[in-house]
Write a protein that binds this ligand. Structure first.
Ligand code: 9MR
Length: 560
C-alpha cells in the first residue's frame, strides 16, 4: 500500500497510550473500512470510518477512525484499502516522555547570559548572549535614587520568544504555570531529567530551570520601593542574528502594576515551592517571600499604573518598539497575587484582596491571570485557614461548570478535540489556548478523578501533536510533519537545519498581523511554517509553559 501523506491523515504523530483514546482523522475519505496493520501486513484491528457529526470550520465533513480498543503495544500503520497506509505510529506506555522533557528543556535553550555548551545543547550549542550586567535605567523609569542612565545588573532569565527581550508580565504567567506543574505533580517532575548544567545538584531539574528565570525576575524589582520594571529590552527588535551578535543597549523601562503583581504572585508561589530546597538553595524561599510582600505593597500604593508604550514614547527617548504586553485591567493580577500570598503566608488579610468569593474562571493568557490563583487555592485546599477553606466548595463547583462547558460536545467535532469548537479559539498564540484548555480540564480531573476530563485534555494534546486542521506537529523536533521554520532568531541564524527542539509554535491565527500570505484564512488552517510569519509561527515562553504542563501532566497521569 502507498503511504498516505500526513496531510490527508491527521493523528498525534508522537503516539498513543495503550489504555487511552486513539483517534485518527481522515480527510477526503468516505465512510469506508479501515484496518490497523502490525509490521507490514498483519491485520490486528478493523473498524469503519465514521463521518464527523459536525463539519470543520471550512464546512467539510471529516472521517474518524477510532481504534481506542487496540491496546497492545507496538508499531502500526493505519490503512484504508482505497487510499493507502499511514506512516508508522506507536502505542506504548510513556509515549510522550521524551517530547514532554523536551518541552521543558526548551527553556534552557532560551537562557540569556550563559553559553550553551555542546554537552548540554548538542548541535544547538552557542556562545553566551546578553550578559545584561550593564543595563540602563530608561528615562521612563528614572527616580531620584536611580536617575536615567544609572547602570544596573539584571542577568539571566529566558528570552521571551523569537526575540531576545525579557518581559516581566509574560515571565509571570510562564513561571506560574511551570511552578504549578511542579506543585501538581512533584513526584513525576522529580524524575524528569533535562541534562542542564545544574542536573547534578539536589534540586529537581525543572526547578533548576525555573530558577534561572526567577533569579532574573528578582533583579527587576527596584530595591528602593518594591516596584517592578515592566521589561528589560532593546529599543527595537534585533535582526535575525545569534544572541551573542545582538549587542545593542539594554534598558529597563517604567514600573507598572501588572508587572509588579505578576512578580508578587510568582515570588509568593516560588517561596513555598522552593522551601523544600532550603539546603541546596539557602535563603531563597525567604528572599522570594520578602520580594513578594514588597511588590504587593507597591501595587497597593500604585494600583493603576498601566504600561502604555505609545504614551511613553511621546515623552521619553529612546523610543521603545519591542513587545508591549500592555494591560489596562489589574483586577485579575490583584486576585492572582493576593491568592498566592495568602496560600504561602496563611495570612487572612491577603484573602480579602483575592476577591475569590465570586470566581470567574477563564482560560489564562498573559493579560488574564485570575484563574491561576483559583487553581492554586484548589490545589492547596487542605492547607488553608478556615476562611480560605470556606471558599473551596463554591470554587470547586465553578471549576466543574467551567470545565464541563469547555468540553461539551468535543467528540462531535470534526477533529474530536476540545480545541477549535469555535473560530474564537484561533487568536495569536492559539496553541497556548489549546494547552490552557487542557490544563483547565486536568484541574477538573484532579478534583473529581473522572476520566472524561482527562480524555478531553488528551484530545488537545493530540491536537497539538498533529490531529488538527494543518497536519503539523506543532512541537519542533517531534512528529512526522514537524514545524521546521519557527520565527525564532537562534533557529534561523545558527545554520543548523533543524530548529531548536521542544518549542511550541504559536499556531493558526487568521489575523495576519505579520502581513505574511497564508494558504488559508479558515481559522484552524490559517498557518504557514515560515520564519517571517511571527503571528502564526513564533515560539514564546507563555506558550511553551502550558504545553509543558499539559504534556508532562498527561505523562505523569497515565491515567487509566
Ligand atoms: O503573545 C502576544 C500577543 O498576545 C499579542 O497580541 C502580540 C502583539 O502585542 O504580542 C505577542 O507577544 C509577542 C511579544 O510582544 C514580543 N515577543 C514575542 C511575543 C510572541 O509573538
Amino acid at each position: 500500500l502507498p503511504t498516505i501523506s500526513a496531510d490527508s491523515i491527521r493523528l498525534n504523530q508522537v503516539g498513543f497510550y495503550p489504555n487511552a483514546g486513539k483517534i485518527a482523522v481522515v480527510l477526503s475519505g468516505k465512510p469506508h473500512k479501515f484496518i490497523i496493520l502490525k509490521g507490514d501486513n498483519e491485520q490486528v484491528f478493523a473498524g469503519t470510518l465514521k463521518a464527523s457529526a459536525q463539519p470543520d470550520l471550512a464546512g467539510r465533513v471529516t472521517y474518524i477512525a477510532n481504534f481506542t480498543a487496540l491496546q497492545m503495544r507496538g508499531r502500526y500503520r493505519l490503512a484504508i484499502p482505497e487510499m493507502g497506509a499511514s506512516y508508522p505510529m506507536e502505542i506504548k506506555p510513556g509515549i510522550h516522555a521524551q517530547a514532554a522533557a523536551a518541552s521543558i528543556k526548551a527553556f534552557y535553550y532560551q537562557r540569556a547570559s550563559i553559553a550553551l555548551p555542546q554537552k548540554h545543547a548538542g548541535k544547538w550549542a552557542r556562545p553566551m548572549g546578553h550578559p545584561d550586567d550593564k543595563v540602563l535605567i530608561h528615562p521612563s523609569a528614572a527616580t531620584e535614587k536611580r536617575p536615567a542612565g544609572t547602570v544596573i545588573s539584571s542577568p539571566r532569565g529566558w528570552y521571551d520568544a523569537g526575540d531576545y527581550n525579557k518581559y516581566v508580565v509574560n515571565s509571570g504567567i510562564s513561571m506560574g504555570t511551570l511552578l504549578s506543574l511542579y506543585e501538581d505533580f512533584p513526584d513525576y517532575m522529580k524524575t524528569v531529567r533535562l541534562n542542564i548544567p545544574e542536573s547534578t545538584n539536589q534540586v529537581p531539574d525543572v526547578l533548576d530551570e525555573t530558577l534561572w528565570n526567577l533569579r532574573w525576575m528578582l533583579t527587576m524589582q527596584d530595591p528602593n520601593d518594591g516596584g517592578v520594571y515592566h521589561k528589560l529590552t532593546n529599543a527595537a527588535f534585533d535582526a535575525m542574528i545569534m544572541p551573542d551578535k545582538a549587542t545593542t543597549p539594554r534598558y529597563v523601562v517604567q514600573k507598572g502594576t501588572a508587572a509588579t503583581l505578576d512578580f508578587a504572585a510568582v515570588m509568593a508561589q516560588a517561596s513555598r515551592v522552593y522551601k523544600a530546597y532550603n539546603k541546596p538553595l539557602p535563603g531563597l524561599s525567604d528572599s522570594c517571600l520578602k520580594a513578594a510582600v514588597q511588590a504587593w505593597q507597591w501595587a497597593l500604593a500604585n494600583p493603576n499604573v498601566a504600561y502604555n508604550q505609545d504614551a511613553m514614547n511621546t515623552r521619553f527617548k529612546p523610543e521603545v518598539s519591542t513587545g508591549a504586553y500592555g494591560d489596562q485591567h489589574f483586577e485579575d493580577e490583584f486576585t492572582w497575587a493576593a491568592t498566592e500570598l495568602y496560600i504561602t503566608t496563611l495570612n487572612d488579610a491577603y484573602l480579602k484582596g483575592a476577591n475569590a468569593t465570586n470566581a470567574r474562571f477563564n482560560i489564562p493568557s498573559w493579560p488574564q491571570v485570575n484563574t491561576l490563583g483559583y487553581y492554586s487555592l484548589l490545589r492547596n485546599r487542605t492547607k488553608l485557614t478556615p476562611a480560605g477553606k470556606a471558599l473551596i466548595p463554591a470554587l470547586q463547583a465553578q471549576l466543574i461548570t467551567f470545565a464541563s462547558n469547555l468540553m461539551k460536545g468535543w467528540n462531535n467535532t470534526a477533529y474530536e478535540t476540545v480545541m477549535g469548537k469555535t473560530a474564537k479559539d484561533f487568536g495569536w498564540g492559539s496553541n497556548s489556548n489549546a494547552a490552557n484548555q487542557g490544563i483547565a480540564l486536568l484541574q477538573a480531573y484532579l478534583l473529581t478523578g473522572k476520566n472524561e476530563y482527562a480524555d478531553a485534555a488528551l484530545s488537545n494534546l493530540d491536537y497539538l501533536l498533529g490531529r488538527n486542521g494543518t497536519g503539523y506537529c506543532y512541537e519542533s523536533g517531534f512528529g512526522r510533519k514537524p514545524i521546521m521554520h519557527p520565527h525564532h532568531r537562534p533557529s534561523i541564524a545558527d545554520g543548523i537545519a533543524e530548529p531548536v527542539p521542544g518549542l511550541l509554535s504559536g499556531g493558526p491565527n487568521p489575523g495576519r498581523q505579520d502581513k505574511v500570505e497564508l494558504p488559508s484564512l479558515i481559522p484552524n488552517q490559517a498557518f504557514v511554517d515560515n520564519d517571517q510569519a511571527y503571528a502564526v509561527n513564533e515560539i514564546a515562553i507563555n506558550w511553551n509553559a502550558p504545553f509543558a504542563y499539559l504534556i508532562n501532566a498527561i505523562e505523569a497521569l497515565q491515567y487509566k
